[in-house]
Design a protein around this ligand. Structure first.
Ligand code: C5J
Length: 221
């Protein structure tokens, strides 16, 4: 399957690819959560949900492997280095009680993936204590066992957890494609810069494409 992408076409091999959905969790995306409490405009992030849903449904129909991640720490914070916790906004730090439960703590209401993109049985769901999806998770092993060498990324935020995960993927030998209208940042200029950085210098980190380009190429089932 040839996907119209930048800086050049991406040859998708669905049998050896996974869709990786980064941190579409309530606290980042929904009004009344952690992200909004910090003063961010979450409507920017909500706007990508329909496009993410369309890709997820089409990917499932095509029989592709799906991975969901959440930025999540253990309740005792044993996997949260003080340097990460103390560098957050002083008003609301990881582990503090927030509007949707404890901030970035596994199992809390705000830490759940939004209903529109809820994982289905059989899909991989990973709690990640870092920004990158590979750090301190079994993701690389799981992908290797499944024979996956290509990753299609969606999720938030573009310049933090999505970009970090793509760079980790690149260093581990995966080809990575970021869907431009299925990722977002609270800071539009950071999203724009990330898309450019990813595909610069002949896809130094990976490719970018519209969801429409992927949907056109995916086979109906
Ligand atoms: C993610 C963050 N998921 N921005 N986290 O990007 O802190």
């Amino acid at each position: 399957m040839t996907i119209a992408a930048q800086p050049f076409a991406f040859e998708l091999d669905l049998a050896h690819a996974a869709l990786v959905i980064i941190d579409m969790q309530r606290d980042f995306v929904e009004p009344g959560g952690f992200g909004e409490t910090l003063g961010n405009d979450v409507s920017l992030l909500q706007a990508i949900v329909p496009a993410c849903q369309a890709v997820l449904h089409a990917w499932r129909r095509a029989g592709g492997l799906v991975v969901h991640t959440r930025e999540a720490h253990r309740p005792d914070l044993s996997d949260c280095p003080p340097a990460k916790r103390l560098r957050g906004q002083p008003s609301l730090r990881i582990g503090d009680e927030g509007p949707m439960g404890r901030i970035l703590i596994a199992g809390e209401p705000g830490n759940q993936i939004i209903d529109a993109l809820a994982p289905r049985p059989g899909e991989i769901v990973l709690d990640k204590p870092g920004k990158g999806a590979f750090y301190a998770t079994p993701l690389h092993n799981l992908l290797q066992q499944a024979g996956v060498v290509q990753l299609v990324f969606m999720g938030v935020t573009t310049e933090v957890c999505v970009q970090t995960s793509m760079r980790e993927a690149n260093d581990r030998g995966y080809d990575a494609l970021l869907l431009e209208d299925c990722t977002e940042s609270y800071f539009p200029q950071f999203k724009r810069a990330t898309l450019e950085m990813v595909r610069a210098q002949g896809a130094i980190v990976g490719w970018t494409a519209s969801s429409a380009a992927l949907l056109t190429a995916l086979p109906p089932r």
